[in-house]
Design a protein around this ligand. Sequence first.
Ligand SMILES: Cc1cc2nc3c(=O)[nH]c(=O)nc-3n(C[C@H](O)[C@H](O)[C@H](O)COP(=O)(O)OP(=O)(O)OC[C@H]3O[C@@H](n4cnc5c(N)ncnc54)[C@H](O)[C@@H]3O)c2cc1C
Length: 467
Amino acid sequence: MDLLPELREVLPEGRITTGEDELNRHGGGIFTYHAPHLPDAVVFPRSREEVLEVLRFADARGVPVVPFGQGSSLEGHTIPVRGGISLDLNGMDGILEIRPDDFVARVQPGVTHGRLNAALEEHGLFFPVDPGWDATLGGMAGTNASGTNAVRYGVMRDQVLGLEVALPGGTVMRTGGLAMKSSAGYGLTGLFVGSEGTLGVFTEIILRLYPIPERTLAARAVFGGIEEASRVAVATIRSGMRIGRVELVDARTIEAVNAYKGTDYPPEPTLFFEFNGSEGSVEEDVAKARGFAEEEGCVSFDFEEDEEGREKLWEARHEAGLAIRQLYGDKSPMATDVCVPISDLPAALAHARETIASRGLDGAILGHVGDGNYHAVFPVDPNDEEDLRRAEEVNAEIVDYALARGGTSTGEHGVGSGKRRHLQREHGDSLPFMLGIKRLADPNGIMNPGKIFAGTEEVREVPEESF
Ligand SMILES: Cc1cc2nc3c(=O)[nH]c(=O)nc-3n(C[C@H](O)[C@H](O)[C@H](O)COP(=O)(O)OP(=O)(O)OC[C@H]3O[C@@H](n4cnc5c(N)ncnc54)[C@H](O)[C@@H]3O)c2cc1C
């Protein structure tokens, strides 16, 4: 059945494409081992009204709709596994309002965190959530993203004060508002953040902002082992200092960066710190962290204050994702994303390292260790079943270890299609409740089908080929 002519009728000229390049771009992923599947069409709405038209059209005909930001999510989130419409929201990229005195911004979903921060600088403000890709704020709200600043400022769910959501039936709902807090009924904003495009489409987002800290200092400490490095991360957090960032990369990651950038950093586990606050507090914090590092026998501890020096010092951390990608050549990276209670971190990292080695995988470990979240990344050939099985087994063992300690299978990447069975193990008892919410918001099951829920995910079978 060809529904395209009908869809073209409800949207302005030029909003729909079925060009091969765009179908391919929207049918795969940037950094993913998940098998691609093409949408039937890509739609580029420019306004809330156009999003609503698409949703009314799709809902009435059972056509899947997959919201798309930058497609940088890592678990196959934006792959339209049942075809249908990939709804690319990059054209809705207005910064609608910045309210410096209220520490609030109102944006459309296609604005990236980089662009928002560029606009905030003149107000002495910044937005802290910083995934390693210049992702859209719509996509970041979709996955409840975080990044290196989470240890101090929290995750997307902590920053989103309100949402405008276009629902599958073609209605609009607003949650939250401009106030810093609210006890008005159920916390729907928090429910929609992290819903991975399975409940509705965010057409506006209200975000919390922060003053740029008075002083920032960066440091890098090199250790003989990953456990020593992680114990220092834990000690730093436990000391109560308001650390800005603390990140860890292992020796393999440093090797990858050296190969990628032509640098010669010592190939040893390395901790990266950022301290920020007032003039006096930063000096005190650095001295304290240095003390912890020396107690664990760190090989070196360097720090930098000016912006250029700080950037250089953090280079190996900033470049880690792309360097690992390069290291694996034709293979694709599979990344675990567990988060454990902070005191379990040193043992969890040692366990991950042993598990990877025991299966002969060439894995690298890096993480936002200040909050117990780390990634073991290993290469897989998605077309080689044995390779995939081995990697899945290592992934599952690392997840089991985290779950047994009260941790989670995903600290920031979300479930998509890749972590569905882990979610089943983690939250099997609350999944029926989640599915009930899904049915209420999306009774015809058109929103990003095949994600989050494993097995019984179908709200109603959507046609295999809608177009
Ligand atoms: C090199 C690299 C580094 C990364 N580092 C991090 C990191 O440090 N921390 C981290 O959390 N992630 C990280 N990621 C993953 C990724 O950047 C995040 O998942 C990000 O939130 C995805 O944003 P996006 O704009 O690409 O969204 P997409 O991938 O396009 O979409 C993400 C999800 O949100 C849904 N969605 C998109 N827009 C909307 C909307 N307007 N309304 C409703 N739902 C919507 C989609 O359907 C999908 O389910 C990294 C990825 C790469 C490639």
